[in-house]
Ligand binder design. Structure first.
Ligand SMILES: *Cc1c(COP(=O)(O)O)cnc(C)c1O
Length: 429
């Protein structure tokens, strides 16, 4: 019998296969060649027949040259930081595609001269928040804090309540971020209580600004007090409000979540927020406030290091000007609809022999927003072994484990994704 190693086709022959060649055009030569070599190795080891090399190569190839791929969020956490927070609207995705090539991001097509970068995104932001005189966009909420601290309080003091010294997540702490800029922190009050007088006695010639931080990922209940922006303005020093989530207006379903318009109306000189939380847009840090203060931030040398790219500017503008975002839609769903979807899915899965049942559940906003709000939701319950299988499936599905059940919570999933979810479960069953 012939040695199977001699029947293994050469790399160039496999690469010449039309489907393999097409994949190389899409994914790059190196990645595909790597997969060919792996398939050849398996054939030489006798694990597959040489005739299977092309099929094996194609099966091993990733769908795209990037390893970031779509995941179905069935966790019931609307803004999951590990899953990229807010999914973009179709309008924002379209804008992102358009902006990906050569664009007019810094060119005035009418005059042919250099144009102000990001002006359209800022204009959209100001149209959405008329209370703001000016706005500036940086890389993320943390970058916005760094810019404000550096431009307004370097070698000076930021007065901040002890109960608002927040860790954002993954070990990032707002106090450490602020002191890294060369600003000094002046902590006032205790963990649970702070009064206006505590702030007042901390003020002095070195005060840069008073910072109000929204404790966006925890709640302290019981004997507590904090000082609202409307009272802090009486102190006569600049008030910066880090509202976190990027709500531009009050939201009826999230009554305790701060928003930019209210913070500015209450007298904040500057509002800081993220673009990819409740605003439902791309990662960005939004700075909204008075014309003079925003001008100082924009002209600071550090602003150049924190500026956003054309993709972010395009997606942000389209998020603001376009139709309601997926995040806004998910916040508006009612439980009856979610329960109907869960029942339909559970029926389909049961009919396929999978032990599934529909049930009520509670979802959360997540991603630094409304930590005390439970959103009425519904889920499909499966045996817990499904969680790992689904996470490793195609597309990967992230579920939630609750009392030894694998829950597929529908709150964060658009209805048009139900069919994908259905097929993903069938595929791993
Ligand atoms: C999320 C959050 C931040 C950090 O924003 P990023 O956009 O993640 O950098 C800062 N402050 C608060 C209150 C937040 O909730």
């Amino acid at each position: 019998m012939a040695d199977p190693r001699q029947l293994v086709p050469g790399t160039d022959r496999v690469l010449a296969d039309p489907e393999v060649a097409a994949a190389a055009g899409r994914l790059g030569h190196r990645l595909v060649k790597h997969a060919v070599h792996a398939a050849q190795e398996r054939a030489r080891a006798g694990e597959i027949s040489p005739g299977r090399i092309v099929a094996e190569t194609l099966a091993a190839l990733p769908e795209s040259a990037s390893s970031i791929r779509p995941v179905l969020n069935a966790t019931g956490v609307l803004l999951h930081t590990n899953l990229g927070r807010a999914p973009l609207s179709d309008a924002a995705i379209h804008a992102l595609h358009q902006a990906a090539g050569t664009t007019n991001v810094e060119l005035d097509l009418h005059t042919g001269r250099r144009g102000p970068r990001g002006a359209a995104a800022v204009a959209a932001l100001l149209a959405a928040v008329p209370r703001a005189e000016a706005a500036h966009v940086v890389n993320n909420g943390a970058a916005a804090l760094v810019l404000a601290a550096t431009a307004l309080a370097q070698d000076r003091e930021i007065v901040l309540a002890r109960g608002e010294m927040v860790e954002i997540g993954d070990g990032f702490r707002i106090p450490e971020l602020l002191t890294a800029t060369g600003a000094r922190l002046r902590e006032v009050g205790t963990t649970n209580r702070v009064r206006l007088d505590d702030y007042r006695s901390a003020l002095g010639p070195d005060t840069g600004f008073v910072l109000k931080v929204h404790p966006s990922n925890f709640v302290i209940t019981g004997f507590t007090s904090s000082v609202p922006v409307a009272a802090l303005r009486e102190l006569g020093v600049p008030v910066v409000a880090d509202i976190g989530s990027g709500l531009l207006h009050p939201h009826p379903a999230l009554p305790r979540e701060p928003d930019a318009t209210t913070a500015l109306s209450d007298g904040a000189d500057l509002v800081i927020a993220s673009g990819d939380k409740l605003l439902g847009g791309p990662q960005a840090g939004l700075l909204l406030g008075g014309a003079e203060i925003v001008h100082r931030l924009r002209r600071h040398p550090l602003a150049r290091a924190l500026r956003v790219d054309k993709l972010t500017l395009a997606a942000l503008e389209a998020t603001l000007r376009g139709p309601s975002t997926p995040t806004a839609q998910r916040l508006r769903q009612d439980r009856a609809d979610l329960l109907r979807r869960a029942e339909r899915l559970a029926d389909l899965l049961t009919a396929a022999g999978i032990p599934a049942s529909a049930r009520r559940s509670e979802a959360t906003v997540g991603g630094g927003g409304a930590p005390d709000v439970a959103l009425p939701s519904a889920a499909v319950a499966l045996p817990d072994r499904f969680a790992k299988l689904l996470r490793e499936g195609r597309p990967p599905v992230l579920a939630r484990i609750e009392r030894d059940r694998c829950l597929l919570d529908l709150a964060a999933l658009a209805p048009e994704h139900d069919e994908l979810l259905h097929r993903a479960v069938l595929a791993v069953a």
